[in-house]
Design a protein around this ligand. Sequence first.
Ligand code: SF4
Ligand code: MSK
Length: 656
Amino acid sequence: MAEEKETKSIDQVTVEMIEKAAQDGVRVVFSRAETTKPCPIGAEGSCCSICAMGPCRVPLPKGKEETPEEKKKRTGVCGATAETIAARNFLRKIAAGAAAHGDHGRRVVEAFLLAARGEAPEFQIKDEQKLLQLALDLGIDIGDRSNNEIAVDIGETLIKEFGKQEGELLFLKRAPLKRQEIWRQQGVAPRGIDREVVEAMHRTHMGVDQDYQNLLKQGARAALADGWGGSMIATELQDILFGTPAPVYSQINLGVLKPDEVNLIIHGHEPQLAEMLAVVAQDAELVAYAKSKGAKGINLAGMCCTANEILMRHGVPIAGNFLQQELAIVTGAVEAMVVDVQCIMQGLVDVASCFHTKIITTDHRAKMEGATHMEFDDRHATESARAIIRAAIDNFPNRSQNVRIPDNRTGLIAGFSHETINYLLGGVFRASYRPLNDNIINGRIRGVAGVVGCNNVRVTHDNAHVIMVKELIKNDVLVLQTGCAAMACAKAGLLVPEAAAQYAGEGLASVCEAVGIPPVLHLGACIDNSRILIAATAMVKDGGLGDDLSDLPAAGAAPEWMSEKAISIGQYFVSSGVFTVFGVNWPTLGSKKVTDFLFKDMEDLYGGMWAFEPDPIKAAKLMIEQIDKKRKALGIDKARERVLYDMEMRRELEAA
Ligand code: SF4
Ligand code: MSK
């Protein structure tokens, strides 16, 4: 481990570009991390800055047991304990994460409503089947009404979910009945998405909620408003509007940039603009315009979660994940980087100033000093997208000789939506999760793990993702991925069917080979973690694996997390009954009580709990232990012992 931590990335392309940045005298995140060290007090959640009598720092004494007297004195000026401070900080992270996903969801509903009302003519309903299914789920009349009429009702119903003041979020009803009961008993069924975020902010204001358990209860509720609210609404409507993803082949890494074309990178999270750019980039007139400027064509590539969105639906190649955003510019071959919201480093502007790259912001909520702002308007989507592409083309003649595109890209298969998994496993006439459940019950698949989340410059880039996922699949755990985690494993060659024979255990490999899927399934962007909730619910409903999400042999992880959204995602998995382990650092270590509550007591309340383990192999082992614990409780642990060593069962599977 120590040796690996000395390297900045396991990805050779990233290493090569870090070196080029150094040669060019350009500061990127990897160099800034060397001079800006993390504050150890903030990292453990022991700094409170919510009022002007502070900031108050109450770090846990290191290297010695704290006496009760010392503990009593470890408070902020107002008397706030280390417990209150750690829990408040944790809740604020959840609130920010839920707000980010919620606001993304709201923007999608707004675009959906404009499209349904004919006010954004370039957006059309693409997935009619999903539209009708959602109408049925929401109790909206279908009759002989047009798709747009139905869509207006869906949009108007879902936009109210944000400002709803009482009752429960509508999508909670999609969860297994037992899970819904647990939420009601614990008093954490969210009322409205915005309401839970606002209440979290109020409770963490100076002098309000000062009971750490009560604060963490609101954390559970706000996070559920993300997973079963904002995120799920976004995923559902994006699928209806832009198409539900199906398996698609593409490529990843900075080698997807082209030396002789206009390279335009789209970075951020919301898919509306990216969708339009993907369409407009093929426009003959624009291609001709690019040629008039000396380029051979227009090359669109994605970065971070926007990349996942257009990869899943259009097969647009991915330039890289979170820590590669500045390095894309360092190639010297990017004419424009177009950004919207979330995970966009301000350092981009500084890096771009050393090259010819234009940074183009497109959303009124996310501007950057030194960038060019070109507002994207859903009502005139094509026009906005064309203007952006023209700006990129106009910049092509400014490209200097200082260009180095690494000759390295890896193939991957993405596009595993819940609907696709259902179909692939069950076939066209009996789409279901039955074969997955059967293979879990007979032990060929040991369990299912969601490995998701970001990159973090404090640990070796991509390393923990790849090590953890290899360990899981080696032990017959099917892995579902989203976000930058999926990209890390894609670069390591794990997202292709051939990876099953090379890296997966015998049982998992046999199932993957029979169905023709990789052992690691890419489900989309961070927002699409809601697909994992739906897939897990479908497994419960299919039978044989208990009657709640917490009964499933499943676990979650974010080994290289960095964003507040990751904490919100982790908490909604825990509150939905899933054991979830994070790496890097843990933001409540300043309070043993708060940490114990999250790591132990939450299991009694929700059936799921948090864990922290920075070593990815140890973290994978914790996940496998949990999976085995659930298998035992379901009485299917014996089946697994048989299947691994029984040749007759293997022959039977091959013959099937
Ligand atoms: Fe310090 Fe209390 Fe103010 Fe926080 S709320 S900064 S602990 S005085
Ligand atoms: S982009 S939230 S770094 S996964 Fe969704 Fe990647 Fe994390 Fe951003």
